[in-house]
Design a protein around this ligand. Structure first.
Ligand code: CUA
Length: 305
């Protein structure tokens, strides 16, 4: 493969490339066909003599139907194929290694569940499904790893998931692909894909800071969340144990599944979705906790079984 294309280092890369080459082949075929016909007809139907008169043509049903139906079929193939690749990208497998990503002018911050933090460098194991749970603490950024063929907008105020499975150890470029201010072009980094054993070594090398969930537990107590959210259902707030992934009934009807985004929203904007049977008495923690602290709290709530 000439260096026109980035390396292929994820399971998604061949699928994206196959679609891309299909589009390229169609574009090349149609360009050559049209250019060839222009030249051919220019010669074939050139005006031979000064008093030659053209023939009058009144439509052609076969031709009309052909040039309508053939492009329709081609575009539907592109649509269905593209949609299937998109859905594969947008739906992470159920079991993933989760890593939190916070974009900020102008750096990428990565937070592993075991407590390791990284800036502009992300270590992941090869052959394992990795889900990046991304958010931004200021403007819109966009996480782009060409070798993995993954790209997703990173938005302030919510969590966007993107996943990949790296297939080859190595170092790969990571870019911000959304103009986000003066140093946007410098908002780059590297993804380091390691053999599982090396990855374990790397993980244990950075230990000592405690897991994300344990930092969240400390914060939970420091912020006195534990006075209302008690495990014994005697508190003024809902019991959080076992909440994650459960279906929650809301005041005024409606249901939702408790995911990271819901927990985050309930910390920042508690009255947005009140659990049935409770009063909207919780204060907001907007401005009191950073995006990183929010991740810790979310992980702590997730860890409560
Ligand atoms: Cu961040 Cu561009």
């Amino acid at each position: 493969m000439p260096p026109l294309f980035p390396e292929r280092a994820s399971t998604m890369a061949p699928r994206v490339d196959a679609l891309y080459f299909f589009l390229l082949a169609i574009a090349v075929f149609l360009s050559l066909l049209i250019a060839g016909l222009i030249v051919y007809y220019a010669i074939r139907y050139r005006r031979g003599s000064a008093d030659a008169v053209g023939t009058r043509i009144r439509g052609g049903m076969v031709l009309e139907v052909t040039w309508t139906v053939v492009p329709l079929i081609i575009t539907m193939v592109i649509f269905v194929w593209g949609a299937s690749v998109y859905f594969a990208m947008a739906s992470p497998p159920p079991e993933t290694l989760n890593i939190y990503v916070v974009g900020k002018q102008w750096m990428w911050k990565f937070q592993h569940l075991d407590g390791q933090r990284e800036i502009n460098e992300l270590h992941v194991p090869v052959g394992r499904d990795v889900k990046l749970i991304t958010t931004s603490e200021d403007v819109i950024h966009d996480l782009f790893v060409p070798a993995f063929r993954i790209k997703a907008d990173v938005l302030p105020g919510r969590y966007i998931n993107i996943w990949f499975r790296a297939t080859r150890p190595g170092r790969y470029h990571l870019f911000c692909a959304e103009y986000c201010g003066t140093k946007h072009s410098g908002m780059t980094g590297q993804v380091v894909v390691m053999e599982p054993a090396d990855y374990q070594d790397w993980l244990s090398g950075g230990a000592g800071q405690g897991s994300l969930a344990s930092a969240g537990e400390k914060l939970f107590n420091d912020l006195a969340c534990n006075t209302c959210h008690r495990p014994d259902s005697q508190g003024r707030g809902p019991v959080l144990n076992g909440l994650f992934g459960k279906t929650v009934s809301l005041v005024g009807g409606g249901m939702l599944t408790a995911d990271e985004g819901y927990i985050r929203e309930s910390i920042l904007n508690p009255s947005a979705k009140i659990t049935a049977g409770f009063q909207p008495i919780m204060p907001t923690f907007q401005g009191l906790v950073t995006e990183e602290q929010l991740l810790e709290l979310v992980e702590y709530v997730k860890s409560l079984k």
